[in-house]
Design a protein around this ligand. Structure first.
Ligand code: KG4
Ligand code: ZN
Length: 349
């Protein structure tokens, strides 16, 4: 079985081909960095127009890379939400058009389910597992119990963690996109120099809050002199490292609680899986690995290129669904908001 995956929900145009043996035959991601950089963030209409300009050729290139033809494909999977709706329309309409023209099954994939299932593509993990999903738009702890069976244990009550990385990076004058730039800046910085808050640390909840941390970073920056704020300065490195340490402490605390809650619910210890763009961060991966070990289980994390947005994860979610006999009608309406808890799996599951 071979599925074409299409991802257009944010600022990456992506097309991939994945087969039922878990082989990624092609995986292309076209980042729109230059187009959004002047604005310091993603501009939805620019993103949608750029997907429109590039998606067709990207799909053709993916097929050429894999040395495959549309005749070899068994299904078309496109991200149908949540995300910036203009871009989602582009991917969904392209996917539906190919499915209709080629009489292939169409799969409307939830972007979060794509992130959630990536580890089954890369590490062949069995259900259930505890997922920490950390991306630009989301920060959630989820018990992943089967396809379409996601039980949310905790979520952010304000900002997503990736958004917090991006905003703090911008305040520190770092390059766009902020997350990877902040991680680079933090290398060699002193994580103890700035005493930043750990919002909700130690509280009996699995929810997150990051806006207080962001405000604290803003206040620290306001206290600094402009010459302290050059991107290469020791102060910026130390502040970036201190910020990253605060985030790591908060995520570690919540994951420790969630591992216990997961065990109570599912009757087993883990494993702990981390996914989404922020999961590319090595400091966080190291810290979560310690949490998993302390909790008597393992941390599983996809390689960084499959943590950030890509279409291989969408194709894989399509394969998982198609195998269960699931497919979506061609009048499926894309959804800007689409919580994981609203998904459905096979009726018997
Ligand atoms: O999953 P993703 O590619 O897109 C969404 O679905 O949101 O996640 C993007 C987010 C951005 O906020 C980006 O800054 C963050 O992931 N990110 C990182 C790193 N790489 C990407 N954050 C921290 N460290 C990184 N190395
Ligand atoms: Zn994502």
């Amino acid at each position: 079985m071979i599925v074409l995956g299409i991802e257009t929900s944010c600022d990456d145009t992506a097309a991939a081909l994945v087969d039922g043996e878990r082989r990624i035959r092609a995986n292309l991601v076209l980042a729109q960095l230059a187009e959004h950089r002047p604005y310091g963030g993603v501009v939805p209409e620019i993103a949608a127009r750029s997907h429109l300009d590039h998606l067709d050729t990207l799909i053709a290139r993916a097929l050429a890379d894999a040395e495959l033809d549309f005749d070899d494909i068994d299904g078309i999977a496109a991200t149908a939400g949540p995300g910036l709706i203009g871009g989602v329309f582009v991917g969904v309409m392209t996917g539906k058009a190919i499915a209709a023209a080629r009489r292939l099954p169409f799969l409307a994939i939830n972007h979060l389910e794509g992130h959630a299932l990536t580890v089954r593509l890369t590490d062949h993990v069995a259900f259930p597992y505890l997922l920490l999903l950390v991306s630009g738009g989301h920060c959630q702890l989820v018990a992943v119990e089967g396809i379409g069976r996601y039980h949310r244990l905790g979520t952010t009550i304000d900002d997503a963690v990736g958004e917090c990385f991006d905003k703090c990076a911008k305040m520190l004058g770092l390059a766009y996109p902020g997350g990877p730039a902040l991680e680079r800046a933090a290398q060699g910085g002193d994580p103890r120099r700035f005493d930043l808050p750990r919002p909700m640390l130690g509280r009996d909840t699995m929810d997150f809050s990051f806006s207080g941390l962001k405000t604290a970073v803003r206040h620290r920056i306001a206290d600094l002199s402009p010459e302290d704020l050059t991107p290469e300065s020791r102060t910026v490195r130390d502040l970036a490292a201190s910020f990253q340490a605060a985030v790591a402490d908060v995520l570690a605390d919540r994951c420790t609680r969630a591992l216990a809650a997961f065990q109570a619910r599912c009757g087993r210890r883990g494993p702990l899986v981390v996914a989404g763009g922020v999961a590319a961060n090595q400091t966080l991966r190291d810290r979560l690995s310690e949490v998993a070990t302390d909790g008597g289980t393992d941390l599983l994390a996809p390689p960084p290129a499959l943590c950030t947005d890509n279409a291989a994860m969408i194709a894989w979610a399509g394969i998982e669904r198609l195998r269960l006999g699931l497919r979506d009608p061609l009048d499926f309406a894309p959804r800007p908001r689409w919580p994981l808890g609203d998904l459905r799996g096979p009726a018997a599951a």
